[in-house]
Design a protein. Structure first.
Length: 461
């Protein structure tokens, strides 16, 4: 029996209340997205989007396949070696897909394929053709269109393919063929669409946030001196996978002690020692949507005086930033708020010296807080969407999702500060949805006050 592998429903068994929920983007929503994109396309145009290529990990073994976010956003199709084509004015239907053909032997080795027929039936394509025939068929679909939309420069091999299709039309101009005259960037409008999350997207992201928050709780409970960083990573990944999120949205960071000061530390190989903090930045991917959480906590369950002072400063910077997240405020306001709180606090603690406004103007905080407050969050962890519009910071609007992740990192070799501060690295990161009236923190399930963390780690949860 042929089992259709695409568009399987994700059944998520929540360990907290054992409810059974189905969270998935429906074909209706994929269709609505295509319609919205096509309504924006110039007259007499065609859009071409390739699936993500498969990538070799070693010799004949591949990385686990992950579909390209733009391609998936418009189709819900999971298979590689596919090309999505949208032609708003095409007489026989606007939505065309090229994909692998059914192949009993290949499917036995590599897994199910929908095949062109299945793509029409299951995904609602108006026409679907074998990918092996694309060089013969696609030039005919491009021919006569004035404009081609595609993401130039993203995939060199695909750029060459598009050019070869266009050149094959140019070679026939003397027989009356009409090659396109314009190439337009598809990303800009598409990425703007992706910035505004629908109700279903928000539900999925909330669930991804909940699963990830539970994973952080598990790591806090499992942590004690002598445990290794990779063991906490294993707990985190296990919690993701057992809840239907097989993959992390990015490589998990588990950094104990000085390693917490390395922003993208992913070796995760060291032992954790009493007296140190451990910084964990980990989030799952659910139905192609990312969560992104960071928590920092004491390996032995109790913050010391300096750790507590810097931790509470980071937390108040995060709170100040979250208060600025509401419709009408611009993208940079939360960052500015966090910079002010952190600089003020570092001044009060003697890690910076001088005049507050001057320190901010001179960006002296960057020695300790060298990244920005956050980024858009969605199908990609560092999601698409412009941060500035017309040279001005973007105004926040309901439906946008972002992270809020201030940090303070005192380099282990910073001899400008007293030794008691050195090697403390802290980041606190949550995922926030902008709502009509303000914002919703989607990852609040992971404790972050000193009292809540210490109580949880002491077993008083
Ligand atoms: N985990 C990557 C980030 O926080 O941006
Ligand atoms: Mn993160
Ligand atoms: Mn982040």
């Amino acid at each position: 029996m042929h089992k259709v592998a695409n568009r399987t429903l994700s059944c998520i068994n929540s360990p907290s209340h054992m409810e059974y929920s189905v969270l998935t983007i429906t074909n209706k929503e994929f269709a609505r997205r295509r319609k919205q994109l096509m309504a924006h396309m110039e007259p007499n145009s065609i859009a071409i989007l390739p699936a993500a290529p498969e990538r070799t990990r070693s010799r004949d073994t591949e990385y686990l396949y992950r579909q390209d976010s733009d391609f998936y956003y418009l189709s819900g199709f999971l298979e590689p070696e596919s090309v999505l084509v949208l032609i708003p004015e095409r007489e026989h239907g606007a939505y065309v897909m090229f994909c692998r053909e059914r192949d009993r032997e290949r499917e036995t080795w590599d897994g199910y394929r929908l095949g062109p027929e299945g793509v029409c039936k299951n995904l609602g394509a108006n026409d679907a053709f074998p990918i092996d025939d694309i060089d013969e068929i696609l030039p005919g679909l491009i021919e006569g269109r004035e404009r081609v939309y595609y993401a130039m420069g993203k995939d060199t091999d695909f750029d060459h393919q598009v050019m070869s299709w266009v050149n094959s039309i140019r070679a026939k101009v003397r027989s009356g063929a009409h090659p396109p005259g314009e190439f337009l960037d598809l990303d800009h409008y598409l990425h703007d669409m992706r910035l505004y999350k629908s109700a279903t997207e928000v539900s999925i992201m909330r669930k991804a946030g909940e699963i990830s928050a539970n994973a952080h709780i598990r790591a806090m409970k499992a942590c004690k001196p002598g445990v290794f960083e990779y063991q906490l990573e294993a707990d985190i990944l296990h919690e993701f996978a057992r809840n239907g999120a097989r993959n992390p949205a990015y490589n998990s960071i588990v950094g104990g002690g000085d390693n917490g000061c390395i922003l993208h530390y992913v070796e995760n190989r060291n032992e954790l020692y009493s007296g140190d903090l451990v910084l964990i930045d980990a989030g799952c991917e659910l139905e192609h949507y990312a969560a992104d959480i960071t928590r920092t906590f004491p390996v032995n369950g109790k913050f010391n005086k300096e750790q507590k002072a810097l931790y509470e400063l980071t937390l108040s910077a995060q709170q100040a930033a979250i208060e600025k997240i509401k419709p009408g405020n611009h993208w940079n306001e939360p960052h500015e708020a966090s910079v002010r709180v952190i600089t003020e606090g570092l001044l009060a603690l003697g890690l910076l010296n001088g005049d507050l406004d001057q320190l901010i103007e001179d960006e002296k905080y960057k020695e300790f807080y060298m990244h920005r407050i956050g980024h858009w969050l969605g199908m990609d962890v560092h999601d698409v969407g412009d941060y500035k519009v017309g040279g001005e910071w973007r105004v926040l609007e309901p439906g946008m999702c972002m992270t809020v992740e201030p940090g303070i990192y005192v380099a282990p070799d910073n001899i400008q500060v007293e030794s008691k501060w050195r090697g403390i690295g802290i980041r606190i990161e949550d995922d926030v949805l902008i709502t009509d009236s303000g914002c919703e923190v989607m990852t609040s399930g992971a404790p972050k006050t000193v009292d809540d963390i210490e109580a949880l780690m002491a077993g008083h949860d």
